[in-house]
Design a protein. Structure first.
Length: 202
């Protein structure tokens, strides 16, 4: 599994370049909620999904520099075994990587032998926020795309906008339940149809 981050000095962004941040916790929840009888196969093909996700926003960005999927460290649902729900490419083949990456971050925090789900998610949220702000300040990126439903990202959205960036919100449902994110984002689009495309599953 790839464990990497952004290096803002590796590219000079153009006005319509964009970067995409995918909240892995949210993505996994939506995969598990999607009706099983609507899927011909059970694993989401992350390579195909990334390609189609870019097409949803093709009118807003000329080039999607990078799509980054943020998952908890040792997340079992993305490991290479029969029980995972995301099909990842063979990272040993450079031709398969293209412009997306998987970043593992956060940790499992146990208090009195009880796993605190909120604490686990915060590790992912903080990493996304740090990487996005770095790209805005140091990298000069002006188009940010997020797939998440976590209202904790509202301050991040507002900070990016103060730097002169556009913030776009993508959802995997036809209607959006988080009104706070919807009010802050510059634009919202649904990508639920990507779940219904049988070619995105393996």
């Amino acid at each position: 599994m790839v464990m990497s981050g952004f290096s803002p000095g590796t590219f000079v962004p153009k006005q319509r370049d964009g970067v995409f941040f995918i909240d892995g916790t949210h993505l996994l929840k939506q995969i598990e909620k999607f009706p099983q009888d609507r899927k011909t196969k059970k694993r989401l093909d992350i390579a195909r999904f990334s390609e189609m996700l870019q097409n949803v926003w093709s009118s807003e960005t000329q080039r999607m520099v990078r799509l980054s999927y943020y998952f908890l460290k040792n997340e079992q649902r993305i490991q290479k075994d029969a029980e995972n729900i995301i099909f990842c490419p063979d990272w040993d083949r450079p031709s398969m990587k293209r412009n997306y990456q998987i970043i593992e971050c956060g940790f499992k925090n146990k208090i009195n032998n009880t796993e605190e789900e909120e604490h686990k998610e915060k590790g992912v949220d903080m990493r996304i926020a740090c990487d996005a702000l770095m790209l805005a300040v140091v990298g000069g990126v002006r188009n940010f795309f997020f797939l998440t439903d976590d209202a904790d990202f509202c301050p991040l959205f507002e900070s990016l906008q103060r730097f002169g960036a556009n913030v776009y919100l993508c959802g995997l449902k036809d209607t959006w339940s988080n009104e706070h994110l919807l009010k802050v984002a510059d634009q919202f689009r649904s990508a639920r149809h990507l779940f219904e495309d049988v070619d995105n599953w393996k």
